[in-house]
Ligand binder design. Structure first.
Ligand SMILES: Cc1cc2nc3c(=O)[nH]c(=O)nc-3n(C[C@H](O)[C@H](O)[C@H](O)COP(=O)(O)OP(=O)(O)OC[C@H]3O[C@@H](n4cnc5c(N)ncnc54)[C@H](O)[C@@H]3O)c2cc1C
Length: 446
């Protein structure tokens, strides 16, 4: 099929944000009696879910120290819950299991969850936390835990399955998803407004553009001549010049090839997604040597899609790829971007630190590459804003698989209705010093 030379809305990226934006936009246009066909198109250089969305662990949680993130996540959870079957969504809940240094932060998260009506339970104290965990897993043995936040909502979705479900809805509404087309630049008119999207197969003139490009967002930022370094006013009012707008982190993930049922609870139920942070020393499950005596964290869940126990650990920042180097975070040409043996050793040892059932399972760690790269903003939180007067960028700072609701909010904004939930994520926050509060979690995204 040939490429159209015109569309009212051109959405770049068939990941979670491009697809969910198209979905709500098409629904709204249909509701108002307008035809969607030819009006809304999605372009992707590869295919549906070919980017970060297709390798995400798929965890859906509310646990954020930042109130604005929590509200956004609560909204997204309601969208996941709207059609669990199509979205391959498993509402098993989520647990944040923490050491003393995080207790007050997590306590505050729990209190604020109650205020917004997000159901969760908070357990405090070392003995109480152990007892709570043992009531769920009789082989629980993690050390250094003094609080447990148990979110009753959230859980996880099977990453690509969910996106195929979403793509089906999008196409049924008349949106064309065009794959194998690479966007290479933009034609700009008066006031820098984008008048056409340039692709490797020719230009497409348009009225509005949405970019949901995951870790490739930096390339689009450059195409629009937006600044690679910015001014940031921190929460103490200090102004920092020349702060990198984008940073890249390696997310380490893997799969332990055991029967996923191995992680069932004492009652034989599917467990919540588990996230453990602790400062207890971590010893090797292979030879007993000390792996770390500093704060560490892991997350894990049984997963039939990945075929075992799937999860990850704290990410680490990687060298910024040169501006003129194309980012290919998931290609075989980028072996340094996948999880290696050190991660496997740490993660499986950490699983065994938490549950006796994982002792001796190191040989079952799968050998295939896993994990990937996330592109983070200057403060590690999303930037969702309009540039050049008609280009909306959804730069989710790698928080985004759980953010199924963001595209829906962006669609409302495209139709002229400003969304309060998106206001804290505007680009102007850096200069204005309206940053999000920072927690004591070891993760850049909590
Ligand atoms: C290993 C890993 C695990 C993760 N786990 C979780 C998790 O458990 N929970 C969670 O909430 N988040 C998770 N994330 C983050 C989440 O996956 C991302 O934030 C989210 O998927 C980004 O979605 P997106 O739609 O913005 O981008 P993507 O899914 O990356 O989609 C971007 C699309 O744009 C296309 N594209 C790029 N350049 C061009 C171009 N020039 N022309 C045309 N098309 C182009 C790509 O082909 C791609 O399909 C994880 C991320 C990683 C890396």
């Amino acid at each position: 099929m040939s490429l159209p030379n015109q569309a009212e809305y051109v959405i770049v990226g068939a990941g979670i944000h491009g697809l969910s934006t198209a979905w709500r936009l098409a629904e709204r246009l249909t509701e108002s009696g307008q035809s969607v066909e030819g009006k809304v198109i999605i372009l992707d250089k590869s295919g549906i879910s070919a980017g970060a969305t297709g390798i995400a662990c798929g965890v859906v949680r509310n646990n954020y120290f930042q109130p604005a993130m929590r509200k956004l996540m609560a909204h997204s959870v309601s969208i996941w819950e709207s059609d669990p079957e199509a979205f391959s969504y498993h509402p098993v809940g989520y647990m944040q299991i923490s050491p003393e240094s995080m207790r007050e932060d997590v306590k505050q998260i729990h209190a604020e969850q109650q205020e917004i009506g997000y159901e969760s339970v908070f357990i405090e104290g070392e003995d109480e936390s152990r007892e709570y965990m043992l009531s769920m897993f009789d082989d629980w043995q993690a050390q250094g835990i003094t609080s447990v936040l148990h979110e009753k909502k959230g859980g996880y979705a099977n990453n690509t399955k969910a996106m195929y479900g979403l793509a089906k809805k999008v196409e049924a509404l008349g949106v064309r998803i065009i794959t194998g087309v690479e966007v290479t630049g933009f034609t700009r008119g008066d006031n820098d407004t984008v008048t056409a999207v340039e692709t490797n197969q020719g230009p497409i003139s348009c009225d509005k553009v949405v970019i949901g490009a995951g870790p490739w967002v930096r390339d689009f930022w450059s195409m629009l001549d937006l600044p690679s370094q910015i001014e940031v006013k921190d929460l103490d009012g200090n102004v920092h010049q020349d702060v990198d707008m984008w940073r890249f982190w390696q997310l380490e993930e893997g799969v332990l090839r055991v029967d996923p049922e191995l992680l069932k609870t004492n009652d034989g139920d599917m467990p919540p997604v588990l996230h453990v942070d602790t400062d207890a020393p971590l010893y090797s499950a292979v030879d007993g040597s000390l792996i770390t005596d500093e704060m560490w964290g892991i997350y894990y869940k049984p997963d039939w899609h990945f075929g075992g126990i799937q999860g990850g650990a704290s990410p680490y920042e990687i060298k910024k790829p040169a501006e003129d180097v194309a980012i290919d975070p998931y290609g075989p040409s980028s072996p340094e971007f996948v999880s290696g043996p050190e991660f496997a050793h740490m993660w499986v040892s950490a699983l065994a630190h938490c549950h006796k059932r994982f002792e001796g399972t190191m040989p079952k760690y799968h050998k295939e590459p896993s994990g990937g790269v996330g592109c983070f903003t200057a403060d590690s939180f999303p930037v969702i804003d309009t540039f050049n007067s008609n280009v909306t960028i959804i730069a989710d700072s790698n928080h985004g698989y759980k953010m199924l609701g963001v595209g829906c909010l962006v669609a409302e904004e495209l139709l002229g209705e400003k969304q309060d939930l998106l206001e804290p994520f505007r680009f102007s926050r850096f200069k204005e010093g309206k940053l999000h509060p920072v927690s004591n979690s070891p993760y850049p995204w909590s």
